[in-house]
Write a protein that binds this ligand. Structure first.
Ligand code: GRG
Length: 277
């Protein structure tokens, strides 16, 4: 079975477990959480962690709870981002957004619930490795809190009324998108017990992948319309594409140094360069 299929199985069985002992009161909440968790996301972050595991020959089970926690956080961030108070989007992944189906109140709470469940998943599944559990909780909370993803989102709000410099935009991307992608890889490196030196190397790779992912997103968004204040609007489409190409080259060379064979991480970096959504 492919590792990503195992991930889907793991996520489904977790959902079943939280569905137990639910009443009619919480049924809608769980449906709302499930709707966004299983509505056709690319699973890019879990795929990164699983690719790392394959390179080092570790068992995918070691990282499954960590990657599920990451995907719960990713899902919460998308549900909240789509809410009228933020982006006010009615479509995501070609389907109605969570609040369009379940209402703003439940969508907000489903995001909250996914966020707290992420930490519960880590604590419950790594309790027999308490140092690792604490390390993962610290990593994730830092990546998504007021110094990470939430800060990136606040800079994004600020950018609606203030022109950011290219460096500020890159900082916003690093926090808003990069921090979670980066921690998916670093946390996986911790779960499989890589040495601190190897973790540092993986963290650098994760940082570049996060940047490459966001640059590609900006380029895809610019195909319909170049959004004011975005990197393509400020430095131009060609310069954004160049930055993506340079980052991808740096990544390919770092990944070649990791293992010269055509590993799954290299494939994901190429996938990002050519993806259509
Ligand atoms: C609401 C606290 C809070 C934070 C929101 C991550 C984020 C911050 C907002 C999401 C909006 C957005 C489009 C951010 C850019 C990051 C990004 C490209 C998200 C989409 O990730 P994909 O392409 O999504 O991996 P899928 O649909 O494949 O799961």
């Amino acid at each position: 079975m492919q590792a990503l299929d195992l991930f889907e199985e793991h996520a489904q069985s977790w959902l079943k477990s939280i569905n137990k002992n639910q009443s009619v009161v919480t049924e809608k909440l769980i449906s709302s959480m499930s709707y966004s968790l299983f509505s056709g996301g690319k699973r890019f972050r879990p795929a990164l962690g699983l690719a790392l595991v394959e390179i080092y020959g570790a068992h995918p089970k070691t990282v499954m709870p960590w990657l599920l926690a990451i995907e719960c956080i990713h899902t919460y961030s998308l549900i909240h981002d789509d809410l009228p108070a933020l982006d006010n989007d009615s479509l995501r992944r070609g389907q109605p957004t969570n609040h369009v189906i379940f209402g703003e109140d439940i969508a907000l709470l489903a995001g909250d619930a996914l966020s707290s469940e992420a930490f519960s998943i880590i604590a419950e599944n790594y309790y027999d490795r308490p140092e690792l559990a604490l390390d993962l909780i610290k990593l994730l909370s830092h990546a998504i809190g007021p110094h990470g993803m939430v800060k990136g989102q606040v800079i994004d709000l600020f950018s609606k009324c203030n022109q950011l410099s290219p460096d500020d935009i890159l900082e916003m991307h690093n926090l808003k998108t990069g921090a979670l992608i980066r921690s998916a890889l670093l946390g996986s490196a911790k779960c499989i017990g890589l040495t601190p030196d190897k973790q540092k190397n993986i963290d650098q790779i994760g940082q570049w992948i996060g940047l490459a992912f966001q640059l590609k997103d900006d380029l895809l968004d610019s195909e319909s319309e170049i959004e004011a204040g975005s990197l393509p609007a400020i430095i131009g489409l060609a310069a954004t594409q160049n930055l993506l190409n340079q980052t991808t080259e740096k990544l390919q060379s770092a990944l070649f140094n990791l293992t010269s064979s055509n590993n799954e991480l290299k494939k994901l970096v190429d996938f990002n360069l050519n993806r259509a959504n």
